[in-house]
Each structure stands twice: as structure tokens, then as C-alpha cells.
Design a protein around this ligand. Structure first.
Ligand code: NAI
Ligand code: MG
Length: 357
């Protein structure tokens, strides 16, 4: 059997420790059921790390992540640290970690859960069969380009540079194709090539990379049209790949298709199979410590880790299927219960136990 896969576990702040605990329990069950071996090492990050070590990302945490095969993260931040200066805010740790680990791609899958159709803002017939992944470029583009701000006689002038190197586009587009090959074999590359030069480069590179994946279909779509199509015919998408800012906006838009923020996982990947896995939501200070947070997003993030970093596809499917079944059977953490609905209310720990069962 292959050597143990090393997982750096960073529970973080707020509900982070509660939801991560359930993910680790489920992963222990995966070890038993699928005969694989995982090794967990814990590190501190975020507000708790500021309190104990004076910095949101202690060097030992960074080193730990670099020595592991994957990182499982809860969430960081909370009101206790809101008044801290930007350099030592909890959120700073995430940006630094992504950068230090070269995680240039952010994957957000959006799927449909049986039994939750009525939780979405969209009509059930529209969101039926939704199963898509947004692949967002994470370390380039307008968020990282040069920024200027000057005073002129006519008032202030500000600029943000949207810049992409061919290699940056190539590696993210290739990742999208790799993912599409294991799914429904369709890539939608989203750009604004009718206006932006960087988008024209993006399109050219996408065409070039697509030659290497003859069984995957490539379509190009302008971002404004895509914003409309995501809510009009979401089930026709498989893998969407796009630059940093477009991806930021489209992935939040796509998130409404599922229903609750407590259900949405994410993966951040770089070269090779190393990845960082975390729920899309934050530390939810309003419900922290009550044991009622929905652990589903974190469990689904752990499933993504099994799939993308470890290649344990069967185990990943099993975890996803178990989460879906628990929800389909009517078990709900409070965030999924609408007023007037009669459902079987469970807490964080009970949800984890049902998934394990
Ligand atoms: P949030 O996602 O933490 O919470 C928004 C709302 O969703 C809250 O009402 C919360 O109770 C609910 N919610 C979130 N996750 C849930 C779950 N698993 N189960 C049930 N309900 C859940 O966003 P918010 O309130 O804007 O931010 C809170 C803190 O988290 C801030 O300090 C923020 O900076 C930080 N944050 C951290 C992120 C990260 O670590 N990746 C991402 C987003 C926010
Ligand atoms: Mg965003």
C-alpha cells in the first residue's frame, strides 16, 4: 500500500474547529473503509494564532503545510480581531498561504442536493441537474496588477492593471481541461475578448491547450452573457474557467444555485497534486461554540482533497454520496430549515455521525 498521505489540519477560528472536527472523523472512517492511511498534523492560523503567536500565519504553520500533501482549513476571523491593523488581520493569513504555496487555481463545485430544491432562490426546474465547477485563476489578473492613485487638477485618478502572462493562462486552462476530462468533458472559457486584450490572449491560449484534449469540448463565452446563462440554464455547464475577478463574481453567483452557504466546498490547487481545501463560508461568529454549524461544506471539501490531492476517487464519491443522502433523508442543521418546515433537526456532531454511518 502507498505511504500515508499527510494532511495539515488548520481549524482556525469561530466554527472552524467544530466543522473541521467532523471532517477529520469522516476521514478516519474513510481510512477504515477504503484501507488508505492518512496522517493528521495540526497547526494554528488566524485570530487564534494572533493571540498565541502574535501573527496570523506563524512560520511553523507555513512549514507544516509545505511538508504535507494537502491542507484542510476551517475558517479564520471574527469580531475580536476586526480592529487589528491590516498586516496582522486573520484574513491576511489566507492570502499569504495561497501565495506562499503557489495555489493559482480555485475550484468551486456547485451541485444540487435532493430535497433542497426549494431552498434555492431559483425555480426547481431551472436548478435541476446542476453539476458544475468554477475554476478561477487566483494569483494573477487585476487583483494583483499594478495599482496607482494620483491627484490631478481635474480630481483624483485611480487605476488597476489587468495583466496576464501566457504561462499563467496556460496552467489554469490546462487544469480546467484535466478536470473536465474526468467529468462531462466540456470546458466553457469565460472572457471579455470583444473588448479586452488580456482576454484575447486568454482565448488564444485556451484554443492552443484544447488541442491536447481532443475528447473535451471547448466553448468560449463572454462574461456578461455567462452571468445570465448561469441563472438561466445552469445545468448546461460542466467546467467554467476564467480570470481572477470574473471568477470571483461568477462563483458567488453560481453559489446561489445550491441553496445554503453551509454546503459549498472549495479547493485551491497549484502545481502537482498539493492542494488547500476549505469551505466557502467564513467563521460564522454568530453561531460559533453552539455546535449547530453545518459541517457539509467542510466534509465536501475533504472529499475534494481525497479526489484531487490523493486520487482516491472512490472514497471521494462515497463521502459526497453520504452527505447527499443524509440531506435527502431530511436531516438538517438549522441553516437548512426554513420557517414552517418540518424536518429532522440535527447538530454539527449528529450530522457528522450520520455521514459516517
Ligand atoms: P460567514 O460565512 O462566516 O457567515 C455568514 C452567515 O452564514 C452567518 O449568518 C453564518 O451564521 C452563516 N453560516 C456560515 N457558515 C455556516 C455554516 N457552516 N453553517 C451554518 N451557518 C453558516 O461570513 P461573515 O459573517 O461575513 O464573516 C464572518 C467572519 O469570517 C469574518 O471575520 C470574515 O472575515 C471571515 N471570513 C473568513 C473566510 C475564510 O476563512 N475563508 C471567508 C469569509 C469570511
Ligand atoms: Mg469573493
Amino acid at each position: 500500500m502507498s505511504r500515508a498521505k499527510k494532511v495539515a489540519v488548520l481549524p482556525g477560528d469561530g466554527i472552524g474547529p467544530e466543522i473541521v472536527e467532523q471532517a477529520v472523523r469522516v476521514l478516519h472512517q474513510v481510512e477504515k473503509k477504503f484501507g488508505c492511511s492518512l496522517e493528521f498534523s495540526y497547526g494554528m492560523i488566524g485570530g487564534g494564532a494572533i493571540d498565541r503567536a502574535g501573527t496570523p500565519l506563524p512560520d511553523e504553520t507555513l512549514q507544516l503545510c509545505k511538508q504535507c500533501d494537502a491542507v484542510l482549513l476551517g475558517a479564520v476571523g471574527g469580531p475580536a480581531w476586526d480592529h487589528y491593523p491590516p498586516e496582522i488581520r486573520p484574513e491576511k493569513a489566507l492570502l499569504q498561504l495561497r501565495k506562499e504555496l503557489g495555489l493559482f487555481s480555485n475550484l468551486r463545485p456547485v451541485m444540487q442536493f435532493d430535497g433542497l430544491e426549494s431552498s434555492s432562490a431559483l425555480r426547481p426546474e431551472v436548478i435541476k441537474d446542476v453539476d458544475l465547477v468554477v475554476v478561477r485563476e487566483l494569483t494573477g489578473g487585476i487583483y494583483f496588477g499594478e495599482k496607482t492613485r494620483i491627484n490631478t487638477p481635474d480630481g483624483e485618478v485611480a487605476s488597476d492593471l489587468l495583466i496576464y502572462h501566457e504561462y499563467e493562462v496556460e496552467r489554469i486552462v490546462r487544469q480546467a481541461f484535466e478536470i473536465a476530462e474526468k467529468r462531462r468533458k466540456k470546458v466553457t472559457s469565460v472572457d471579455k475578448a470583444n473588448v479586452l486584450e488580456s482576454s484575447r490572449l486568454w482565448r488564444k491560449v485556451a484554443e492552443k491547450v484544447s488541442q491536447e484534449y481532443p475528447d473535451v469540448t471547448l466553448e468560449h463565452m463572454l462574461v456578461d452573457n455567462c452571468a445570465m446563462q448561469i441563472v438561466q440554464r445552469p445545468s448546461t455547464f460542466d467546467v467554467l474557467v476564467t480570470e481572477n475577478m470574473f471568477g470571483d463574481i461568477l462563483s458567488d453567483e453560481a453559489a446561489v444555485l445550491s441553496g445554503s452557504i453551509g454546503l459549498l466546498p472549495s479547493a485551491s490547487l497549484g502545481r502537482g497534486t498539493f492542494g488547500l481545501y476549505e469551505p466557502v463560508h467564513g467563521s460564522a461568529p454568530d453561531i460559533a461554540g453552539q455546535g449547530v454549524a453545518n459541517p457539509a461544506a467542510t466534509l465536501l471539501s475533504a472529499a475534494m482533497m481525497l479526489r484531487y490531492s490523493f486520487g482516491y476517487h472512490e472514497a471521494a464519491n462515497a463521502v459526497e454520496e453520504a452527505v447527499k443522502q443524509v440531506i435527502a433523508k431530511g436531516f438538517r442543521t438549522p441553516d437548512l430549515i426554513k420557517e414552517g418546515q418540518i424536518k429532522m433537526a440535527v447538530d454539527t456532531e449528529e450530522f457528522g455521525a450520520l455521514v459516517i454511518k
